[in-house]
Write a protein that binds this ligand. Structure first.
Ligand code: SF4
Length: 255
């Protein structure tokens, strides 16, 4: 079973932001010392412009870190900054993933916090949805590997034996009259989204698939729920159906 500590993940995420700020600050100071010792005017103008740009980036990153720290610690963030936060986080996320491999930080920690930030932004931003606007997408690895019933494409084929979480997932979705689809991967998920045209998606998957899904599906808000993997990746995974139910209620503004 993976050891997930979301508070540690949050600290790692903010530390990485700080590392980026420190790295850019060091570049700025280096450039500053170069122009102090340089006598060529054109050279000075170019470097001054670069310094100005890096200062703007540092201020942007510090402000973004401040807003993110508030958001992930459940503190109020003014509504006018929500869109700024959403776009900035998606912009900085690839840099953080690149940096996490450089400094040997578990990428899934960064992905988990990214998904969590995304979920909070979706809840703050989106209007109330009706059940028919919501699509729940779950991976087929939730199904027990010994189960012979083909549930991708037709969830009604599940015999609801209760051996895996699919059974409870069907009950939760039926309770709220929300569409549930089991997918084998991103291609099928994208096709379903295109066909079904939901206004809100609840996606269950591993950290990597959730993050790429959030970045892929640009126009539809996605609430991301990480699956649990007691037997390792892609086999007999589980999901906390309570989280799925809460997400449906959040979209429907019943929570
Ligand atoms: S609940 Fe039972 S029948 Fe349904 S998918 Fe899981 S193992 Fe198969």
């Amino acid at each position: 079973m993976e050891n997930i500590n979301i508070n540690r993940d949050k600290r790692l995420f903010l530390c990485l932001m700080l590392i980026i700020v420190i790295a850019i600050s060091m570049i700025t100071f280096t450039l500053f010392f170069i122009i102090r010792n340089s006598g060529i005017n054109l050279y000075k103008i170019i470097i001054k412009t670069i310094i100005l740009l890096t200062i703007i980036i540092i201020v942007f990153l510090l402000f973004l870190s401040y807003l993110l720290a508030r958001l992930i610690n459940n503190k109020k963030v003014p509504n006018i900054f929500i869109t700024f936060l959403e776009r900035s986080v998606k912009l900085i996320y690839p840099v953080m993933i690149f940096l996490s491999s450089l400094v040997n930080i578990d990428k899934d920690s960064i992905r988990r916090v990214f998904s969590q930030i995304n979920n909070k932004i979706v809840i703050l931003k989106e209007p109330k949805l009706n059940p028919e606007d919501i699509l729940v997408i779950a991976p087929h690895c939730l199904q027990k590997s010994f189960c012979k019933h083909k549930i991708t494409g037709n969830i009604d084929n599940c015999h609801k034996c209760g051996a895996c979480d699919i059974s409870d997932l069907i009950d939760v979705c039926n309770k709220y009259n929300v569409k549930l689809e089991i997918v084998t991967g991103g291609t099928l998920a994208r096709r379903l989204i295109k066909d079904y045209k939901p206004r809100g998606i609840i996606a269950i998957a591993c950290e990597r698939d959730l993050s790429s899904g959030i970045l892929d599906v640009k126009k539809v808000p996605v609430i991301a729920i990480t699956n649990e993997r007691p037997e390792g990746p892609c086999k007999n995974t589980c999901v906390n159906t309570r989280n799925v139910e809460d997400s449906i209620k959040l979209f429907m503004r019943r929570l």
